[in-house]
Design a protein around this ligand. Structure first.
Ligand code: CP
Length: 320
């Protein structure tokens, strides 16, 4: 996709963070290594470093978010940046102002970074192409296209538990069709050398051409998670489904919900992940979500360090 051309500056350094697709293994590893450094900052009693002191970060969320918005805000604050959250429910876009004019207004306030979540695929790249040269744009999730910082925090979590990627069997389960997380994960896992990536779900929720991305598809949960090292469960994105693709949440749970019994088919040291928000009793049973195999809350914690890494690297700030 075209975004890799504008993600990097002329010297190959990260300028915007819009998509995993097209990033090098070295760059992804650099982000993970920087995040490791920031993990130790977050564990101190004083959690701040002056890396982005004097910089202004604007959180521009056109779609609801709990985890991503708050962890971006915490990450920016821990880097000592000034952070503004724009309430788009009461912003001028609701009064008919165009996105371009809203961006120009925020640029006039000398913003240094926009963190963007938008319901339309391609919105973050559109904004990155519009803004002034000095501004970095980070994609916090655009439509069903991409959620690159979620993929990075998931790679960070997998590396913490499994150390390397080269021997892993990873199953991504559920609503693949509408998931920006699944797309970003598949790219990241491939770049990092995971030999077997499986996508698991009903035919109606798996895009027909997904095998072209180098994954194996399974329409049976039992076969799809057999001997898996990592299981990534996804939420059913009912808000993005244009027609009824499923009989009911209960029926989905009976077939594709992850229960303790089904989890036994995976490896004994399997980790279970979920980007959240989780729907207990729809895609995952509480006994799995709250079990020792679940690393769902660790993913949230890791999101802060990973976002600190992405923010500092796109701003060209050194991390030592
Ligand atoms: N994982 C994720 O993007 O969650 P939020 O929608 O709460 O940000």
């Amino acid at each position: 996709m075209g975004s890799q051309n504008i993600q990097l500056d002329q010297t190959g350094k990260l300028k915007h963070f819009l998509s995993i697709d097209g990033l090098s293994r070295d760059l992804i590893t650099t982000i993970l290594d920087h995040a490791e450094t920031f993990t130790s900052v977050s564990e101190r009693s004083s959690k701040k470093v002056p890396i982005l002191r004097g910089k202004t970060v604007i959180n521009l969320f056109f779609e609801s978010s709990t985890r991503t918005r708050t962890t971006f805000e915490l990450a920016a604050k821990r880097l000592s940046a000034d952070v503004m959250n724009i309430n788009l429910e009461s912003s001028a876009t609701k009064k008919g102002e165009s996105l371009s004019d809203t961006l120009k207004t925020l640029e006039a306030m000398q913003a240094d970074m926009f963190v963007v979540r938008h319901q339309d695929s391609g919105a973050a790249e559109f904004i990155a192409r519009q803004v002034a040269q000095n501004i970095s744009v980070i994609n916090a999730g655009d439509g069903s296209h991409s959620h690159p910082t979620q993929a990075m925090l998931d790679m960070f979590t997998i590396r913490k538990h499994k150390k390397t990627f080269e021997q892993l069997r990873v199953a991504i389960v559920g609503d693949i069709a509408h998931s920006r997380v699944a797309r970003s994960e598949i790219h990241a896992l491939q770049i990092l050398g995971v030999p077997e990536i499986r996508v698991v779900g009903p035919k109606t929720l798996i895009p027909t051409a997904i095998e072209k991305l180098g994954v194996r598809t399974f329409n049976s949960l039992e076969r799809g998670i057999d001997k898996a090292d990592v299981i990534i469960m996804l939420r059913l994105q009912q808000e993005r489904m244009r027609s009824a693709l499923l009989p009911s949440g209960r029926e989905f749970f009976n077939t594709f919900g992850l229960t303790k019994e089904k989890l036994r088919l995976a490896k004994s040291d399997v980790i279970v992940m979920h980007p959240g928000p989780i729907n207990r009793g729809v895609e995952i049973d509480s006994k799995v979500a709250d079990s020792p195999a679940s690393v769902i809350l660790q993913q949230v914690t890791h999101g802060i360090a990973v976002r600190m890494a992405v923010m500092s690297l796109t701003m060209g700030a050194s991390v030592t």
